[in-house]
Design a protein around this ligand. Structure first.
Ligand code: NAD
Length: 462
């Protein structure tokens, strides 16, 4: 039996970051992982591999749509699917090996296997029990499906199966117009699939600012994605090679059937805590299976903490990372802190969609007076040169104090641009602070400044 200050269960972005920070702060730390490689869903079957496919498919789009416009002539590249999957696997390998290196460098022990927690202060892997003063559960989440739809990872796939399809589907049906459905749907659309997205609600990407979501849907439609909104999928039946989905239009009650080669189920994720033994431990969980914690991530059982997708809040890798750092700092006697008001979220399509803070809808709900400064990428020289002028930046600021309350960007590199607004919000900045900050020309970030100017005397290039 080995003894540790901290054992972290799960090596996804929440778990591995927590383990490294614990070790950096002088705590003897181990991290348990049952997969063959470290990094959890994000590195193995989520964020990282999907970004490889998004990048490859976007490169193909550039080659087939924009190269000739720039005077770059020649045969357009053809897709070698097996080679593309090998590139994706190589990217995964580099990243997961990177975490192994960081563990060695920081002296974090990797305990291989699937953990259970027989009692507070103990972590069991098969018949080996390790002792720990603190146990941090960072076991993440798993794909959720809907009644009548069974995932076989062959014809009806979750995001995991969608990242290793045997071939590019002719017809892809995506259930759920959330982040996963649209990222993977648009990647396959660019690779040649005929993509239809069925969404239960009357809009796509719930939670995203309404105006940005509408613009996003228009752009995706122009790219070739088809949307059936306000429709609930009732069932999916499969044969050896095909799927048949029955859905009901919510308003009219009318039923219809769609055939596809592949169905991607992207209807959300649920906390993954199976096998830990939470019930017998007495760890309180919510009805939806989230582990309940206090503000310092302590569960109802002394010495057991939980972070990331298996607790409340947005299921985002960077939210889990921040919680991992915060709990490590608390365990080391410091003041760990996460500002949930400033957690950006990004949809990695082309163009990207990025958000932070309040939306116009949430401000209206709160009855808060605000101003919206908007600037289109049509007025940004760099975006024009790069065929990326679709989209806009919208900055929301308090009507009276000018304090920045939120930002919504749809456009080139939106996922990077959002961070200057995050920093500004962390410092309690006003829109005028951003507007008076010199931004290099020509950059996409000038559009953020112009949106800030639009909260005041007006933008220059609109
Ligand atoms: P989601 O919650 O983002 O979207 C699910 C969508 O499915 C919703 O729009 C919902 O209305 C719809 N839906 C539910 N039931 C349906 C039905 N019966 N018929 C049709 N539509 C239905 O979920 P997701 O896209 O699966 O992603 C899961 C989680 O992973 C999310 O929390 C997401 O934020 C996270 N994630 C984030 C990123 C990123 O940050 N880029 C990438 C991937 C996943």
């Amino acid at each position: 039996m080995s003894s540790y200050d901290v054992i972290v269960v799960g090596s996804g972005p929440g778990g591995y970051v927590c383990a490294i920070r614990c070790a950096q702060l002088g705590l003897k730390t181990a991290c348990v992982e049952g997969r063959e490689t470290l990094g959890g869903t994000c590195l193995n079957v989520g964020c990282i591999p999907s970004k490889a496919l998004l990048h490859a498919s976007h490169s193909l789009h550039e080659a087939t749509h924009n190269f000739a416009r720039m005077g770059l002539k020649g045969a357009a590249p053809k897709v070698d699917w097996q080679a593309m999957l090998a590139y994706k696997d190589d990217v995964i390998g580099q990243n997961t090996k990177g975490i192994e290196f960081l563990f060695r460098k920081n002296k974090v022990d990797w305990l291989k296997g699937w953990a259970s927690i027989p009692a507070a202060g103990q972590v069991a892997i098969a018949d080996q029990v390790h002792k720990a003063k603190a146990v941090v559960i960072a076991t993440g989440s798993d794909s959720a499906t809907i009644p009548g739809v069974e995932i076989d990872e062959r014809i009806v796939v979750s995001s995991t199966g969608a990242l290793e399809l045997r071939k590019i589907p002719g017809k892809l049906l995506v259930i759920g117009a959330g982040v996963i459905g649209l990222e993977l749907g648009s990647a396959y659309n660019r690779l040649g699939s005929d993509v239809t997205v069925i969404e239960f609600l009357d809009r796509i990407v719930p939670g995203v600012d309404g105006e940005a979501a509408k613009a996003f849907q228009r752009i995706l439609k122009r790219q070739g994605l088809r949307f059936i909104t306000g429709a609930a999928v009732q069932k999916v039946e499969t044969t050896k090679t095909k799927a048949k989905a029955t859905y009901k239009l919510r308003k009219s009650g009318e039923e219809a059937v769609l055939e596809a080669d592949t169905v991607l189920v992207a209807t959300g994720r649920r906390p993954f805590t199976q096998g830990l033994g939470l019930d017998s431990l007495g760890v309180n969980v919510s009805e939806s299976g989230q582990i309940l914690t206090d503000a310092r991530y302590a569960t109802s059982v002394h010495g057991i903490y939980a972070i990331g997708d298996c607790i409340d809040g947005p299921m985002l890798a960077h939210k889990a990372e921040d919680e991992g750092m915060a709990v490590a700092e608390s365990l080391a006697g410091q003041a760990g802190h996460v500002n949930y008001g400033v957690i950006p979220s990004v949809i990695y399509t082309h163009p990207e969609v990025a958000n932070v803070g309040e939306t116009e809808e949430s401000l209206k709900d709160k009855g808060r007076a605000y101003k919206a400064g908007k600037f289109s990428f049509m007025g940004n020289g760099r975006a024009k040169a790069n065929f990326s002028s679709d989209g806009f930046v919208k900055l929301l600021a308090d009507a009276e104090t000018d304090r920045i309350l939120g930002c919504h960007i749809i456009g080139p590199a939106a996922g990077d641009l959002i961070h200057e607004v995050c920093v500004a919000m962390e410092f309690g900045a006003a829109a005028e602070d951003l507007a008076r900050t010199c931004h290099a020309h020509p950059t996409y970030s000038e559009a953020v400044r112009e949106a800030a100017l639009a909260c005041g005397d007006g933008p220059i290039h609109a």
